[in-house]
Design a protein around this ligand. Sequence first.
Ligand SMILES: NC(=O)c1ccc[n+]([C@@H]2O[C@H](COP(=O)([O-])OP(=O)(O)OC[C@H]3O[C@@H](n4cnc5c(N)ncnc54)[C@H](O)[C@@H]3O)[C@@H](O)[C@H]2O)c1
Length: 321
Amino acid sequence: MDLNDVRVGFIGCGVHATEVLLPAVRRAGLDLAAVCDLDKRLAQRMTRRFGAYRSYQDLRRMIEEMDVDAVLVCGPPEMHAEAASIAIELGRHVWVEAPPAPTAAEARRIADLAAERGVLAQVGLMMRFAPAYRRLAEVVGAQDFGQPVSLEAVWWPPERSGHEEPLIHDLPHMLDLLRHLGGDVTQLGTVRQDDRQASASVVLRFASGALGSLSFSAPSACPRERLTVASRDAVATVEDRLALTLRRRDTDETMTWRPGACPGGVESTMGHLRGYLPEIGQFARSVLGEAEPAATMADAVEAMRLAELVVASDGEMVTVG
Ligand SMILES: NC(=O)c1ccc[n+]([C@@H]2O[C@H](COP(=O)([O-])OP(=O)(O)OC[C@H]3O[C@@H](n4cnc5c(N)ncnc54)[C@H](O)[C@@H]3O)[C@@H](O)[C@H]2O)c1
């Protein structure tokens, strides 16, 4: 089976979908049957641009008439939850942009529904699929790296449309990556700027015993992204998803690794480096039963729960129940 055997419908043809996600769906080679948007002319334009067969304004009709295997969803968070629920109720696998719902509790309801219906629910937690972070996961997971004792993240994302509450909407991306690399978080504490919800310094304690820190500020005029994982024997850092450096105790060398351009060429490379293209490929392979589900709705629930605790903590260490 190849990825063209996965027949998908896409709902929400806004900026992010047309600039990043629909190109990734095409590049990954999925069979894009139809697109859907409330804006009829926009949906028609995107049908032509991305070579789908039909456009819709109603999700149920798209699913029933085009008999898709899976639905990809990208719009406002309330629409994510509603569209995902409709698709799951109709027995379709879903991939949903993050955040998949306005709250962790609502995301959990979708996870439960997907489990009940026996379909996949994957979330656009694309950072863990970025080639640089995949390489980091391999490096820190190798025996010669040693047990991680510290994870230190700096994430200052740029302004994005649809992200009025960055602590709730953006922060789960980095929290998911920290969980992915460091395991479960048992405690966290936050200091926030008094009058701005969008800047926070967070300390984290992991179940493994490792400690973490996260500096978050959004929107940032000068975006930054850096993640360092250290053990007693080695230190690995990823900068801007573009380079990984590794230093080890008994050498005076620093090794540097950089992800290569995407086989699809320059126009696909950004989606590849940011993690969207590999994530959509992974989703399609999971639909085919050829890959383990990853970045699941349950992962999103955990990352969103942590983000909600970051907002609630207000200087005190809180236990993650
Ligand atoms: N813009 C970015 O840089 C960026 C980056 C990463 C993630 N995101 C996420 O992507 C999502 C979309 O962001 P955007 O900037 O593309 O927004 P947007 O406003 O440009 O697009 C949203 C689209 O969804 C459509 N829509 C809304 N409700 C619908 C419904 N019920 N049925 C069908 N279509 C519906 C709208 O008509 C619109 O075309 C947001 O959740 C955002 O968090 C955006």
